[in-house]
Design a protein around this ligand. Structure first.
Ligand code: B12
Length: 304
């Protein structure tokens, strides 16, 4: 193994990443993404269309890129919110963008020592993170469209480092979904079809990304109780029911006050208290008006 790879692996482990894999940067991603966009599955997330050239060619992001380092970072597997109004596990604690950026900067520094130039992202740039994570042998792309690992399931963030260094690559893993379709069957809005997620039906899209003030009635009905994001397809996955060998960073755990606060109380919270309660939360990016909309409009499936 190269010294650079050994060094970055060691540093990543010290920083709390649960796994690291490497894929070649020039892999052919096939036409899954352009087809998904052509079919309108991205709803009104126009930025995904704009990102297409960079998604298909990482050299547009980092000239001379040769390897893609993919990393996993665990988020909580248990839903701790005891009040109505579920919050997706990934969003329960501190904002992962802020938590992971300095860690990735440390890894960048390690690789610079070996002569590499890097660009780092964690759900923050136009990189096909799931594609490269699967290519780097970290897991397989499940029927819910997520990266699933035999040890740890899908409850993890993906981060990536594009580097000009030529690092030894890993082999992709076999898909172990077999004949299991539990995620597709569990999805309350039938957003999962043929291994891909149609954002126009996905509750994560409606509660996090959509800027609209109302949703189609069948989506509103299914949305009841989902305050932010949706984990139903992950909860249904048998790989998420096996014990995980990985520890979770305490920064990603939900603050006790938020865990216990009923939806109604949240909806009526004055603006300054919202700001304080969600100061470090990824939900802050969505804003309190958006969250109030989720509670009021979407939790009440009566058409107005
Ligand atoms: C847009 C987006 C969304 C959208 C659309 C979801 C979707 N499934 O695409 C919405 C808002 C709905 C969403 C929801 C969620 N998201 Co999201 N999302 C993204 C984002 C920014 C882009 C995904 C995208 O481009 N989708 C379009 C599809 C077509 O592209 P793709 O996922 O890259 O798929 C590739 C492979 O599948 C491959 N492929 C597929 N089939 C085939 C076949 C062949 C032959 C080949 C060669 C390749 C191939 O090619 C595709 C193109 O590269 C990524 C971050 C990133 N930059 O990648 C996070 C990301 C996928 N999201 C994530 C998470 C956690 C979620 C939620 C679980 C959040 C929640 N609890 O509410 C849900 C899960 C919903 C679901 N089942 O997908 C994590 C997933 C971690 C994991 N374990 O996989 C990511 C990776 C963010 C991160 N860095 O951690 N998300």
């Amino acid at each position: 193994m190269s010294a650079a790879r050994q060094a970055v692996e060691y540093a990543a482990e010290q920083l709390g990443f649960s796994a690291l894999g490497v894929a070649s940067a020039d892999l052919d991603q096939g036409d899954a993404l352009p087809r998904w966009l052509n079919d309108g599955c991205h709803a009104d997330m126009q930025w995904l269309e704009r990102h297409l050239p960079m998604r298909q060619n990482p050299a547009l992001l980092l000239p001379g890129v040769r390897s893609v380092i993919m990393l996993t970072y665990e988020y909580p597997r248990r839903d701790v919110r005891c009040s109505p109004g579920s919050i997706a596990r990934y969003a329960q604690g501190e904002d992962y963008h802020k938590l992971l950026a300095p860690k990735l900067a440390d890894l960048d520094e390690t690789l610079q020592f070996y002569g590499g130039s890097q660009k780092c992202f964690s759900d923050s740039g136009p990189v096909s993170e799931r594609f490269f994570a699967a290519a780097a042998g970290l897991g397989w792309i499940g029927r819910n469209g997520l990266l699933v690992r035999p040890r740890g399931g899908s409850f993890c963030f993906l981060s990536c480092i594009l580097t000009t260094l030529l690092l030894p690559t890993d082999r992709p893993m076999r898909n172990h979904c077999g004949s299991c379709h539990r995620c597709e069957q569990a999805c309350p809005t039938h957003a999962l079809v043929n291994g891909r997620c149609d954002a126009r039906r996905c509750l994560a899209y409606w509660t996090i990304e959509s800027k609209q003030l109302s949703a189609p009635i069948e989506i509103q009905k299914a949305m009841s109780g989902h305050l932010y994001g949706c984990d139903v397809c992950q909860e249904a996955c048998p790989w998420n029911h096996l014990p995980s060998p990985h520890a979770v960073d305490p920064h990603l755990l939900m603050p006790a006050r938020l865990a216990a606060m009923p939806e109604t109380e949240l909806a009526d919270l004055p603006e300054d208290e919202w700001a304080c309660l969600l100061a470090n939360s990824p939900m802050r990016r969505t804003g309190s008006a958006h969250l109030r909309r989720n509670i009021h409009t979407f939790s009440d499936p009566t058409p107005s």
